[in-house]
Design a protein around this ligand. Structure first.
Ligand code: SF4
Ligand code: SF4
Length: 250
C-alpha cells in the first residue's frame, strides 16, 4: 500500500469504527478466550461472528452470520429462545389464476446494468448505476416465482396425457419409479410405454410455472402450492424456560 500524495480527504461523522482489514486480529479477544464454535468462545459471554469467526468471506455471509449470532446472544441474555423460523406451505387460493406468470416472460432478456467507466470512477460514486424504471419492470417480470410448486394428485390423475401435450418444455414425465435422490430431491425413472407408467410427475426443476397443465387437466388433479419462510416471535409460554446460571455482567 503506497499513499498517494494529496489524495486525503475529510468525511464528517460522529463515530468512526475502524473495521477494515484482510485478516483476523484474534489478539483482540481478551486472554485466554478462544473460539470454540460457530459463534461461541471459551467465555460464554463473548460471541464472535462473520469474518472474525471464520475468516474472510463476502459481506452477505457476514451480515447473515451476525444475525444468527445476535439471536444466540439474545437467547443467552434472556434465558430462553424468543424467535423461531417456520415454513408455511399452503394451496394457492386462486388455482386457475395460477402464478400469474405469462409465457411472454420467457422472452424478456435480462437487462444489463450500466456501470461507471473505469476512468470516471471516484471514491464516492457508485460503480453500478442501477436500473431505470423500464429495466426494473423487465427484471421483475423475469422472476420465475420459484416458491410455487405444481403437483399432481396421483389419486385423481387418469393418465390422459393432456398435460404432457401442452407442456412448453420437458417438465412433465411419465414415470415408472420415483425415489429420493442423494440430495433429498425427487428423482424419476421415465418410461415411454403408457401401461408401464405408475406416475405422471412434474419435474419442478424444469417447471416454469406457466399453468398450462393446470388449466388443461380434466380431473383437477393438478394443484399449486406456495411456500414461504417466516420468522416470528415465539409464544414464550410454549417453550421450556432455561435458567441463566450466571446472569451476564459486562
Ligand atoms: S406449470 Fe410447469 S409443469 Fe405445468 S406445463 Fe407449465 S411448466 Fe410444465
Ligand atoms: S392432464 Fe391431469 S389427468 Fe391427465 S395426465 Fe395430466 S395430471 Fe393426469
Amino acid at each position: 500500500m503506497i499513499p498517494v500524495e494529496g489524495s486525503e480527504y475529510d468525511v464528517p461523522c460522529d463515530t468512526l469504527i475502524f473495521a477494515i482489514g484482510q485478516s483476523r486480529m484474534l489478539e483482540i479477544l481478551p486472554e485466554p478466550v478462544e473460539i470454540t464454535g460457530k459463534h461461541t468462545t471459551s467465555n460464554a459471554r463473548v460471541f464472535v461472528s462473520g469474518d472474525f469467526a471464520y475468516g474472510s468471506l463476502d459481506v452477505i455471509h457476514a451480515v447473515a452470520d451476525a444475525k444468527e449470532a445476535a439471536l444466540e446472544m439474545d437467547e443467552y441474555l434472556m434465558g430462553e429462545k424468543r424467535r423461531a423460523k417456520s415454513v408455511e406451505i399452503r394451496l394457492l387460493e386462486d388455482q386457475m389464476f395460477g402464478t400469474g406468470r405469462l409465457r411472454d416472460m420467457d422472452l424478456a432478456a435480462p437487462p444489463v446494468m450500466d456501470v461507471l467507466s473505469v476512468v470516471k470512477r471516484a471514491r464516492d460514486e457508485e460503480v453500478d448505476r442501477g436500473f431505470d424504471d423500464e429495466q426494473t419492470r423487465i427484471a421483475a417480470q423475469r422472476c420465475y416465482l420459484c416458491n410455487y410448486k405444481y403437483e399432481i394428485d396421483q389419486d385423481r390423475c387418469i393418465h390422459c396425457d393432456w398435460c404432457m401435450k401442452v407442456m412448453p418444455r420437458d417438465c412433465i414425465h411419465r414415470t415408472s419409479f420415483l425415489f429420493r435422490g442423494r440430495d433429498g430431491a425427487d428423482e424419476a425413472v421415465d418410461t415411454p410405454i403408457p401401461r408401464e407408467a405408475t406416475y405422471i410427475w412434474i419435474d419442478s426443476d424444469e417447471c416454469i410455472r406457466c399453468g398450462a397443465c393446470l388449466r388443461i387437466c380434466p380431473t383437477e388433479a393438478i394443484t399449486v402450492r406456495k411456500t414461504d419462510s417466516q420468522e416470528h416471535v415465539t409464544a414464550v409460554e410454549y417453550l421450556p424456560r432455561q435458567a441463566v446460571a450466571h446472569p451476564p455482567r459486562f
